[in-house]
Design a protein around this ligand. Structure first.
Ligand code: ADP
Length: 489
Protein backbone atom coordinates (compact mmCIF):
# COMPACT_ATOMS: atom_id res chain seq x y z
CA UNK A 1 0.00 0.00 0.00
CA UNK A 2 1.13 3.56 -0.75
CA UNK A 3 0.55 6.51 1.61
CA UNK A 4 0.29 9.97 0.07
CA UNK A 5 0.76 12.90 2.46
CA UNK A 6 -0.16 16.39 1.24
CA UNK A 7 -1.97 19.31 2.89
CA UNK A 8 -3.73 20.18 -0.36
CA UNK A 9 -6.79 18.04 -0.97
CA UNK A 10 -6.70 18.62 -4.77
CA UNK A 11 -3.09 17.34 -4.93
CA UNK A 12 -4.07 14.31 -2.90
CA UNK A 13 -7.00 13.53 -5.18
CA UNK A 14 -5.05 13.84 -8.42
CA UNK A 15 -2.16 11.70 -7.11
CA UNK A 16 -4.54 9.14 -5.66
CA UNK A 17 -6.41 8.75 -8.95
CA UNK A 18 -3.14 8.55 -10.91
CA UNK A 19 -1.75 5.74 -8.74
CA UNK A 20 -5.07 3.91 -8.32
CA UNK A 21 -5.47 3.90 -12.12
CA UNK A 22 -2.20 1.90 -12.23
CA UNK A 23 -3.55 -0.65 -9.73
CA UNK A 24 -1.73 0.56 -6.59
CA UNK A 25 -3.68 0.47 -3.34
CA UNK A 26 -3.51 3.97 -1.94
CA UNK A 27 -4.28 5.80 1.33
CA UNK A 28 -3.96 9.49 2.08
CA UNK A 29 -3.12 11.84 4.95
CA UNK A 30 -3.55 15.61 5.03
CA UNK A 31 -0.72 16.39 7.45
CA UNK A 32 2.33 14.94 9.17
CA UNK A 33 0.46 13.99 12.33
CA UNK A 34 -2.17 11.96 10.49
CA UNK A 35 0.58 10.35 8.42
CA UNK A 36 2.47 9.24 11.55
CA UNK A 37 -0.70 7.83 13.08
CA UNK A 38 -1.45 5.86 9.93
CA UNK A 39 2.02 4.40 9.46
CA UNK A 40 1.89 3.04 13.00
CA UNK A 41 -1.46 1.35 12.34
CA UNK A 42 -0.85 -0.04 8.84
CA UNK A 43 2.05 -1.23 6.76
CA UNK A 44 3.07 0.79 3.69
CA UNK A 45 5.40 -0.07 0.88
CA UNK A 46 6.01 3.55 -0.12
CA UNK A 47 5.26 7.03 1.27
CA UNK A 48 4.88 10.04 -0.97
CA UNK A 49 5.54 13.10 1.17
CA UNK A 50 4.85 16.70 0.34
CA UNK A 51 7.77 18.73 1.66
CA UNK A 52 5.96 21.98 2.31
CA UNK A 53 3.25 21.40 4.86
CA UNK A 54 2.24 23.60 7.81
CA UNK A 55 3.12 22.57 11.40
CA UNK A 56 5.35 19.61 10.43
CA UNK A 57 7.08 19.71 7.04
CA UNK A 58 7.82 16.59 4.99
CA UNK A 59 11.43 16.38 6.15
CA UNK A 60 10.39 16.42 9.78
CA UNK A 61 7.88 13.63 9.12
CA UNK A 62 10.57 11.62 7.33
CA UNK A 63 12.97 12.11 10.20
CA UNK A 64 10.43 10.77 12.65
CA UNK A 65 9.66 7.82 10.38
CA UNK A 66 13.33 6.90 10.29
CA UNK A 67 13.20 6.65 14.08
CA UNK A 68 10.62 3.81 14.11
CA UNK A 69 11.90 0.34 13.33
CA UNK A 70 8.64 -0.41 11.53
CA UNK A 71 8.99 2.45 9.07
CA UNK A 72 12.77 2.88 8.94
CA UNK A 73 13.09 1.04 5.65
CA UNK A 74 9.97 2.34 3.91
CA UNK A 75 11.05 4.36 0.87
CA UNK A 76 9.91 7.97 0.59
CA UNK A 77 9.41 10.15 -2.42
CA UNK A 78 9.48 13.84 -1.50
CA UNK A 79 7.31 16.19 -3.50
CA UNK A 80 8.75 19.67 -3.60
CA UNK A 81 7.74 22.86 -5.29
CA UNK A 82 11.24 24.13 -4.69
CA UNK A 83 14.06 23.71 -7.08
CA UNK A 84 16.18 20.79 -6.06
CA UNK A 85 18.46 22.32 -3.57
CA UNK A 86 21.46 20.31 -2.31
CA UNK A 87 20.79 21.30 1.26
CA UNK A 88 17.33 19.77 1.12
CA UNK A 89 18.47 16.67 -0.68
CA UNK A 90 21.00 15.87 2.02
CA UNK A 91 18.44 16.60 4.68
CA UNK A 92 15.99 14.37 2.85
CA UNK A 93 18.41 11.45 2.47
CA UNK A 94 19.59 11.68 6.06
CA UNK A 95 16.05 11.40 7.25
CA UNK A 96 15.49 8.16 5.32
CA UNK A 97 14.00 9.49 2.08
CA UNK A 98 15.13 7.89 -1.07
CA UNK A 99 13.97 10.06 -3.95
CA UNK A 100 12.67 13.46 -4.97
CA UNK A 101 10.26 14.75 -7.46
CA UNK A 102 9.57 18.41 -8.14
CA UNK A 103 6.28 20.03 -8.73
CA UNK A 104 4.60 20.38 -11.14
CA UNK A 105 4.65 16.62 -11.19
CA UNK A 106 5.38 14.78 -14.37
CA UNK A 107 3.06 11.73 -14.03
CA UNK A 108 5.33 9.47 -16.11
CA UNK A 109 8.37 10.20 -13.97
CA UNK A 110 6.37 9.79 -10.79
CA UNK A 111 4.99 6.45 -11.92
CA UNK A 112 8.47 5.29 -12.91
CA UNK A 113 9.85 6.19 -9.50
CA UNK A 114 6.89 4.72 -7.66
CA UNK A 115 7.24 1.51 -9.60
CA UNK A 116 10.97 1.19 -8.89
CA UNK A 117 10.76 2.08 -5.21
CA UNK A 118 7.70 -0.02 -4.56
CA UNK A 119 9.33 -3.07 -6.15
CA UNK A 120 12.53 -2.35 -4.27
CA UNK A 121 10.66 -2.29 -1.01
CA UNK A 122 8.82 -5.54 -1.81
CA UNK A 123 12.13 -7.21 -2.68
CA UNK A 124 13.74 -5.92 0.45
CA UNK A 125 10.85 -7.25 2.53
CA UNK A 126 11.12 -10.62 0.82
CA UNK A 127 14.85 -10.62 1.46
CA UNK A 128 14.28 -9.81 5.13
CA UNK A 129 11.72 -12.58 5.38
CA UNK A 130 14.12 -15.04 3.81
CA UNK A 131 16.91 -13.91 6.05
CA UNK A 132 14.73 -14.54 9.11
CA UNK A 133 13.82 -17.99 7.77
CA UNK A 134 17.46 -18.73 7.08
CA UNK A 135 18.42 -17.61 10.53
CA UNK A 136 15.75 -19.86 12.03
CA UNK A 137 17.02 -22.76 9.92
CA UNK A 138 20.60 -22.12 11.05
CA UNK A 139 19.45 -21.98 14.67
CA UNK A 140 17.47 -25.20 14.24
CA UNK A 141 20.44 -26.98 12.68
CA UNK A 142 22.79 -25.72 15.34
CA UNK A 143 20.44 -27.04 18.01
CA UNK A 144 20.02 -30.39 16.24
CA UNK A 145 23.79 -30.70 15.88
CA UNK A 146 24.24 -29.88 19.54
CA UNK A 147 21.62 -32.45 20.50
CA UNK A 148 23.12 -35.14 18.32
CA UNK A 149 26.54 -34.36 19.78
CA UNK A 150 25.07 -34.67 23.30
CA UNK A 151 23.33 -37.94 22.36
CA UNK A 152 26.57 -39.35 21.00
CA UNK A 153 28.36 -38.32 24.21
CA UNK A 154 25.64 -39.95 26.27
CA UNK A 155 25.80 -43.17 24.23
CA UNK A 156 29.55 -43.25 24.69
CA UNK A 157 29.19 -42.72 28.42
CA UNK A 158 26.71 -45.61 28.54
CA UNK A 159 28.99 -47.84 26.50
CA UNK A 160 31.89 -46.97 28.81
CA UNK A 161 29.88 -47.75 31.92
CA UNK A 162 28.78 -51.29 30.93
CA UNK A 163 30.90 -54.33 31.76
CA UNK A 164 30.74 -55.58 28.16
CA UNK A 165 33.17 -54.91 25.35
CA UNK A 166 31.35 -52.45 23.09
CA UNK A 167 32.00 -50.98 19.69
CA UNK A 168 30.19 -49.28 16.88
CA UNK A 169 30.96 -49.48 13.22
CA UNK A 170 29.80 -48.07 9.92
CA UNK A 171 27.45 -49.80 7.54
CA UNK A 172 30.54 -51.17 5.75
CA UNK A 173 31.95 -52.60 8.98
CA UNK A 174 34.58 -49.91 9.67
CA UNK A 175 35.11 -49.62 13.44
CA UNK A 176 34.24 -46.07 14.49
CA UNK A 177 34.21 -46.34 18.25
CA UNK A 178 35.21 -48.88 20.88
CA UNK A 179 35.11 -48.69 24.67
CA UNK A 180 38.09 -49.24 26.95
CA UNK A 181 37.30 -52.97 27.48
CA UNK A 182 37.95 -53.45 23.77
CA UNK A 183 41.66 -52.79 24.34
CA UNK A 184 41.81 -55.65 26.87
CA UNK A 185 41.14 -58.09 24.06
CA UNK A 186 42.81 -56.28 21.16
CA UNK A 187 46.06 -55.00 22.74
CA UNK A 188 48.06 -53.54 19.90
CA UNK A 189 46.03 -55.26 17.17
CA UNK A 190 43.18 -53.76 15.28
CA UNK A 191 40.73 -56.54 16.12
CA UNK A 192 40.30 -59.07 18.94
CA UNK A 193 41.94 -62.45 18.45
CA UNK A 194 39.36 -65.22 18.06
CA UNK A 195 39.83 -68.95 18.56
CA UNK A 196 41.68 -70.54 15.59
CA UNK A 197 38.67 -72.82 14.90
CA UNK A 198 36.43 -69.80 14.37
CA UNK A 199 36.18 -67.35 11.48
CA UNK A 200 38.39 -64.27 11.86
CA UNK A 201 36.87 -61.09 13.30
CA UNK A 202 36.77 -59.29 9.89
CA UNK A 203 34.87 -62.31 8.51
CA UNK A 204 32.36 -62.08 11.34
CA UNK A 205 32.00 -58.33 10.70
CA UNK A 206 31.35 -59.16 7.08
CA UNK A 207 28.69 -61.69 8.03
CA UNK A 208 27.14 -59.10 10.37
CA UNK A 209 26.88 -56.27 7.84
CA UNK A 210 25.04 -58.52 5.42
CA UNK A 211 22.40 -59.09 8.06
CA UNK A 212 19.21 -57.04 7.91
CA UNK A 213 18.41 -57.29 11.61
CA UNK A 214 19.92 -57.93 15.04
CA UNK A 215 22.94 -60.19 14.69
CA UNK A 216 24.03 -62.72 17.33
CA UNK A 217 26.98 -65.05 17.41
CA UNK A 218 28.89 -66.92 20.08
CA UNK A 219 32.65 -66.57 19.73
CA UNK A 220 35.68 -67.53 21.79
CA UNK A 221 38.31 -64.89 22.51
CA UNK A 222 41.54 -64.79 24.51
CA UNK A 223 43.43 -61.78 25.84
CA UNK A 224 46.55 -60.99 23.79
CA UNK A 225 49.37 -63.41 24.61
CA UNK A 226 47.12 -65.77 26.56
CA UNK A 227 45.69 -69.09 25.51
CA UNK A 228 42.68 -69.41 27.77
CA UNK A 229 39.76 -68.64 25.51
CA UNK A 230 36.46 -67.47 26.97
CA UNK A 231 33.09 -67.67 25.33
CA UNK A 232 31.42 -64.35 24.40
CA UNK A 233 28.06 -63.51 22.93
CA UNK A 234 28.44 -60.95 20.16
CA UNK A 235 25.20 -59.03 19.74
CA UNK A 236 24.93 -56.23 17.19
CA UNK A 237 21.95 -54.01 16.45
CA UNK A 238 21.68 -51.84 13.35
CA UNK A 239 20.64 -48.14 13.36
CA UNK A 240 18.61 -47.01 10.40
CA UNK A 241 18.47 -43.78 8.42
CA UNK A 242 15.70 -43.36 5.85
CA UNK A 243 15.01 -47.08 5.98
CA UNK A 244 18.64 -48.06 5.33
CA UNK A 245 21.19 -49.40 7.80
CA UNK A 246 23.49 -46.51 8.80
CA UNK A 247 25.66 -48.10 11.45
CA UNK A 248 25.92 -50.94 13.95
CA UNK A 249 26.32 -50.88 17.72
CA UNK A 250 27.60 -54.10 19.22
CA UNK A 251 28.61 -55.68 22.50
CA UNK A 252 30.54 -58.78 23.49
CA UNK A 253 29.14 -60.28 26.70
CA UNK A 254 31.27 -62.76 28.58
CA UNK A 255 29.08 -65.90 28.88
CA UNK A 256 31.83 -68.31 29.86
CA UNK A 257 30.35 -68.89 33.35
CA UNK A 258 26.88 -69.65 31.95
CA UNK A 259 28.41 -71.93 29.32
CA UNK A 260 30.35 -73.86 31.92
CA UNK A 261 27.43 -74.22 34.30
CA UNK A 262 25.16 -75.27 31.45
CA UNK A 263 27.82 -77.81 30.39
CA UNK A 264 28.04 -79.09 33.97
CA UNK A 265 24.23 -79.32 34.16
CA UNK A 266 24.11 -81.25 30.87
CA UNK A 267 26.83 -83.59 32.05
CA UNK A 268 25.04 -84.13 35.32
CA UNK A 269 21.74 -84.79 33.54
CA UNK A 270 23.38 -87.23 31.20
CA UNK A 271 25.27 -89.11 33.92
CA UNK A 272 22.34 -89.08 36.34
CA UNK A 273 19.82 -90.35 33.80
CA UNK A 274 22.21 -93.09 32.64
CA UNK A 275 22.95 -94.11 36.22
CA UNK A 276 19.24 -94.20 37.06
CA UNK A 277 18.34 -96.10 33.92
CA UNK A 278 20.50 -99.18 34.67
CA UNK A 279 19.09 -100.08 38.12
CA UNK A 280 15.59 -99.18 36.95
CA UNK A 281 15.86 -101.62 34.04
CA UNK A 282 16.89 -104.36 36.49
CA UNK A 283 14.03 -103.52 38.88
CA UNK A 284 11.60 -103.59 35.98
CA UNK A 285 12.94 -106.99 34.84
CA UNK A 286 12.69 -108.50 38.32
CA UNK A 287 9.17 -107.16 38.91
CA UNK A 288 8.06 -108.51 35.52
CA UNK A 289 9.53 -111.90 36.50
CA UNK A 290 7.77 -111.69 39.85
CA UNK A 291 4.49 -110.83 38.11
CA UNK A 292 4.77 -113.97 36.00
CA UNK A 293 5.21 -116.15 39.09
CA UNK A 294 2.01 -114.82 40.66
CA UNK A 295 -1.34 -116.39 39.95
CA UNK A 296 -4.27 -114.19 38.98
CA UNK A 297 -5.95 -114.55 42.35
CA UNK A 298 -2.81 -113.90 44.36
CA UNK A 299 -3.46 -110.95 46.75
CA UNK A 300 -0.03 -109.35 46.06
CA UNK A 301 -0.63 -109.20 42.30
CA UNK A 302 -2.38 -105.83 42.46
CA UNK A 303 0.62 -104.24 44.19
CA UNK A 304 3.04 -105.70 41.69
CA UNK A 305 0.95 -104.33 38.81
CA UNK A 306 0.85 -100.89 40.44
CA UNK A 307 4.60 -100.99 40.96
CA UNK A 308 5.06 -101.78 37.28
CA UNK A 309 2.89 -98.79 36.34
CA UNK A 310 5.00 -96.46 38.48
CA UNK A 311 8.18 -97.96 37.04
CA UNK A 312 6.77 -97.25 33.59
CA UNK A 313 6.31 -93.56 34.51
CA UNK A 314 9.79 -93.34 35.97
CA UNK A 315 11.14 -95.02 32.86
CA UNK A 316 9.54 -92.45 30.58
CA UNK A 317 10.82 -89.53 32.73
CA UNK A 318 14.34 -90.90 32.52
CA UNK A 319 13.90 -91.45 28.78
CA UNK A 320 12.96 -87.75 28.42
CA UNK A 321 16.01 -86.67 30.43
CA UNK A 322 18.24 -88.87 28.29
CA UNK A 323 16.73 -87.40 25.14
CA UNK A 324 17.32 -83.87 26.40
CA UNK A 325 20.95 -84.57 27.12
CA UNK A 326 21.29 -86.18 23.66
CA UNK A 327 19.73 -83.09 22.03
CA UNK A 328 21.88 -80.63 24.04
CA UNK A 329 25.10 -82.48 23.36
CA UNK A 330 24.31 -83.04 19.68
CA UNK A 331 24.23 -86.82 20.18
CA UNK A 332 20.61 -87.34 19.06
CA UNK A 333 20.80 -89.86 16.23
CA UNK A 334 18.03 -90.91 13.88
CA UNK A 335 17.76 -94.35 12.33
CA UNK A 336 15.86 -93.65 9.15
CA UNK A 337 13.93 -96.22 7.15
CA UNK A 338 10.91 -96.14 4.86
CA UNK A 339 7.68 -96.96 6.66
CA UNK A 340 3.93 -96.47 6.19
CA UNK A 341 2.52 -93.71 8.38
CA UNK A 342 -0.99 -95.12 8.89
CA UNK A 343 0.37 -98.29 10.50
CA UNK A 344 2.38 -96.16 12.92
CA UNK A 345 -0.72 -94.19 13.85
CA UNK A 346 -2.78 -97.37 14.41
CA UNK A 347 -0.05 -98.91 16.55
CA UNK A 348 0.30 -95.81 18.73
CA UNK A 349 -3.46 -95.48 19.17
CA UNK A 350 -3.84 -99.20 20.08
CA UNK A 351 -1.08 -98.86 22.66
CA UNK A 352 -2.72 -95.80 24.18
CA UNK A 353 -6.05 -97.59 24.23
CA UNK A 354 -4.48 -100.42 26.26
CA UNK A 355 -2.84 -98.01 28.69
CA UNK A 356 -5.95 -95.82 29.04
CA UNK A 357 -8.94 -98.15 28.75
CA UNK A 358 -11.44 -95.50 30.01
CA UNK A 359 -10.68 -93.26 27.03
CA UNK A 360 -12.18 -93.59 23.58
CA UNK A 361 -9.72 -93.12 20.74
CA UNK A 362 -10.90 -92.71 17.18
CA UNK A 363 -8.93 -92.50 13.96
CA UNK A 364 -10.40 -90.39 11.20
CA UNK A 365 -9.08 -90.42 7.64
CA UNK A 366 -6.24 -92.34 6.07
CA UNK A 367 -3.33 -91.95 3.73
CA UNK A 368 -1.05 -94.28 1.86
CA UNK A 369 1.89 -92.07 2.84
CA UNK A 370 5.26 -93.72 3.13
CA UNK A 371 7.68 -91.64 5.18
CA UNK A 372 11.43 -91.79 5.35
CA UNK A 373 12.46 -91.26 8.93
CA UNK A 374 13.02 -92.75 12.35
CA UNK A 375 9.84 -94.72 12.90
CA UNK A 376 10.40 -95.22 16.64
CA UNK A 377 11.08 -91.55 17.20
CA UNK A 378 8.02 -90.42 15.23
CA UNK A 379 5.90 -92.94 17.15
CA UNK A 380 7.32 -91.37 20.30
CA UNK A 381 6.08 -87.95 19.06
CA UNK A 382 2.57 -89.25 18.43
CA UNK A 383 2.48 -91.13 21.75
CA UNK A 384 3.49 -87.89 23.45
CA UNK A 385 0.62 -85.98 21.82
CA UNK A 386 -1.77 -88.83 22.73
CA UNK A 387 -0.65 -89.16 26.34
CA UNK A 388 -0.92 -85.36 26.76
CA UNK A 389 -4.46 -85.53 25.30
CA UNK A 390 -5.31 -88.10 27.99
CA UNK A 391 -3.44 -86.36 30.81
CA UNK A 392 -4.97 -82.92 30.14
CA UNK A 393 -8.54 -84.20 29.62
CA UNK A 394 -9.42 -85.68 33.00
CA UNK A 395 -13.18 -85.35 32.45
CA UNK A 396 -13.82 -85.60 28.69
CA UNK A 397 -12.57 -88.95 27.53
CA UNK A 398 -12.69 -88.76 23.76
CA UNK A 399 -9.60 -88.34 21.65
CA UNK A 400 -9.77 -87.96 17.88
CA UNK A 401 -6.76 -88.67 15.68
CA UNK A 402 -7.04 -87.39 12.09
CA UNK A 403 -4.87 -88.22 9.12
CA UNK A 404 -5.06 -85.83 6.16
CA UNK A 405 -2.89 -85.00 3.18
CA UNK A 406 -2.79 -81.20 2.68
CA UNK A 407 -1.08 -81.89 -0.67
CA UNK A 408 0.54 -84.81 -2.42
CA UNK A 409 3.89 -84.14 -0.76
CA UNK A 410 2.77 -83.85 2.84
CA UNK A 411 0.79 -85.71 5.44
CA UNK A 412 -0.77 -84.19 8.54
CA UNK A 413 -1.62 -85.96 11.78
CA UNK A 414 -3.77 -84.16 14.37
CA UNK A 415 -4.68 -85.19 17.88
CA UNK A 416 -7.77 -83.44 19.26
CA UNK A 417 -8.96 -83.65 22.84
CA UNK A 418 -11.76 -81.93 24.73
CA UNK A 419 -9.71 -81.21 27.81
CA UNK A 420 -8.59 -78.13 29.75
CA UNK A 421 -7.28 -76.30 26.68
CA UNK A 422 -4.46 -73.75 26.50
CA UNK A 423 -4.75 -69.96 26.44
CA UNK A 424 -3.42 -67.93 23.47
CA UNK A 425 -0.22 -66.74 25.18
CA UNK A 426 0.71 -70.21 26.43
CA UNK A 427 0.07 -71.72 22.99
CA UNK A 428 3.17 -69.88 21.76
CA UNK A 429 5.35 -71.48 24.44
CA UNK A 430 4.13 -75.08 24.76
CA UNK A 431 6.96 -76.40 22.59
CA UNK A 432 9.61 -74.56 24.67
CA UNK A 433 11.89 -76.43 27.02
CA UNK A 434 10.49 -76.76 30.57
CA UNK A 435 7.34 -74.82 29.70
CA UNK A 436 4.28 -75.79 31.76
CA UNK A 437 1.09 -73.76 32.03
CA UNK A 438 0.05 -72.42 35.45
CA UNK A 439 -2.84 -74.86 35.53
CA UNK A 440 -0.62 -77.84 34.66
CA UNK A 441 1.85 -76.90 37.38
CA UNK A 442 -1.01 -76.85 39.91
CA UNK A 443 -2.93 -79.95 38.83
CA UNK A 444 -0.82 -82.27 36.66
CA UNK A 445 2.56 -83.95 36.98
CA UNK A 446 5.24 -83.42 34.38
CA UNK A 447 8.58 -81.88 33.52
CA UNK A 448 7.65 -79.77 30.51
CA UNK A 449 10.09 -81.65 28.27
CA UNK A 450 7.87 -83.90 26.10
CA UNK A 451 6.76 -81.32 23.52
CA UNK A 452 10.24 -79.78 23.36
CA UNK A 453 11.64 -83.21 22.42
CA UNK A 454 8.78 -83.68 19.90
CA UNK A 455 9.57 -80.32 18.30
CA UNK A 456 13.23 -81.22 18.01
CA UNK A 457 12.45 -84.63 16.47
CA UNK A 458 9.96 -83.12 14.00
CA UNK A 459 12.47 -80.47 12.95
CA UNK A 460 15.05 -83.19 12.33
CA UNK A 461 12.48 -84.79 10.00
CA UNK A 462 11.93 -81.49 8.13
CA UNK A 463 8.45 -81.44 9.64
CA UNK A 464 6.34 -78.68 11.12
CA UNK A 465 3.99 -78.65 14.09
CA UNK A 466 1.52 -76.50 15.97
CA UNK A 467 -1.42 -76.26 18.29
CA UNK A 468 -4.86 -74.70 18.24
CA UNK A 469 -6.85 -74.56 21.41
CA UNK A 470 -9.64 -72.96 23.35
CA UNK A 471 -9.41 -72.89 27.14
CA UNK A 472 -12.02 -75.19 28.67
CA UNK A 473 -12.93 -76.70 25.30
CA UNK A 474 -9.87 -78.68 24.27
CA UNK A 475 -6.71 -78.63 22.19
CA UNK A 476 -5.62 -79.96 18.82
CA UNK A 477 -1.93 -80.68 18.34
CA UNK A 478 -0.71 -81.50 14.87
CA UNK A 479 2.41 -82.30 12.92
CA UNK A 480 3.06 -82.25 9.19
CA UNK A 481 5.74 -84.42 7.60
CA UNK A 482 7.04 -84.68 4.06
CA UNK A 483 5.98 -87.80 2.18
CA UNK A 484 8.87 -89.75 0.79
CA UNK A 485 8.46 -89.27 -2.94
CA UNK A 486 11.94 -90.36 -3.91
CA UNK A 487 13.10 -93.47 -2.12
CA UNK A 488 16.68 -92.80 -1.06
CA UNK A 489 17.40 -96.53 -0.42
P1 ADP B 1 4.42 -81.96 30.51
O1 ADP B 1 3.18 -82.59 30.03
O2 ADP B 1 5.38 -82.92 31.12
O3 ADP B 1 4.20 -80.77 31.34
P2 ADP B 1 4.87 -81.28 27.72
O4 ADP B 1 6.11 -80.73 27.08
O5 ADP B 1 4.32 -82.52 27.12
O6 ADP B 1 5.24 -81.43 29.25
O7 ADP B 1 3.76 -80.16 27.67
C1 ADP B 1 4.10 -78.84 28.03
C2 ADP B 1 2.88 -78.10 28.53
O8 ADP B 1 1.95 -77.91 27.45
C3 ADP B 1 2.08 -78.83 29.57
O9 ADP B 1 2.60 -78.62 30.86
C4 ADP B 1 0.70 -78.23 29.41
O10 ADP B 1 0.67 -76.99 30.08
C5 ADP B 1 0.62 -77.95 27.91
N1 ADP B 1 -0.07 -79.04 27.18
C6 ADP B 1 0.47 -80.00 26.42
N2 ADP B 1 -0.47 -80.77 25.86
C7 ADP B 1 -1.66 -80.28 26.27
C8 ADP B 1 -3.03 -80.64 26.03
N3 ADP B 1 -3.37 -81.67 25.22
N4 ADP B 1 -3.98 -79.88 26.61
C9 ADP B 1 -3.67 -78.85 27.41
N5 ADP B 1 -2.40 -78.47 27.70
C10 ADP B 1 -1.41 -79.17 27.12
Amino acid sequence: MILIVDDKKENLLSLQSLLSSQGYPVETAVNGEEALRKVLQSTYGLIILDVQMPVMDGFEVAEMLSGFSKTRDVPIIFLSALNVDKKYITKGYRSGGIDYITKPIDPDILLLKVDTLYKLYEQKRELNRMQILLQQEVEFRKKAQQESHENAQQLRAILESIPQIAFSCSREGKIEYSNTHWQTYTGNSEYPELHPDEPSFPNILNEMIHQKDVFEKEVRMAKPGQESYRCFLLRAAPSYKEGKIKSWTATFTDIEEQKQSSRRKDEFLSVASHELKTPLTSIKGYIQLLERTLTDDCPGRLYVERSLLQIQKLDSLIADLLDISRIESGRMKLHRTNFPLDALVRRAVELMQQISPDYQFKIDGESDAVLYGDEMRLEQVLLNFLSNAVKYSPHQKEVLVSITTPDKNQVKVSVADQGIGINKTDQQSVFDKFFRSEESIRNFQGLGLGLYICADLLQRHEGSYGVTSEPGKGSTFHFILPINTTNPN
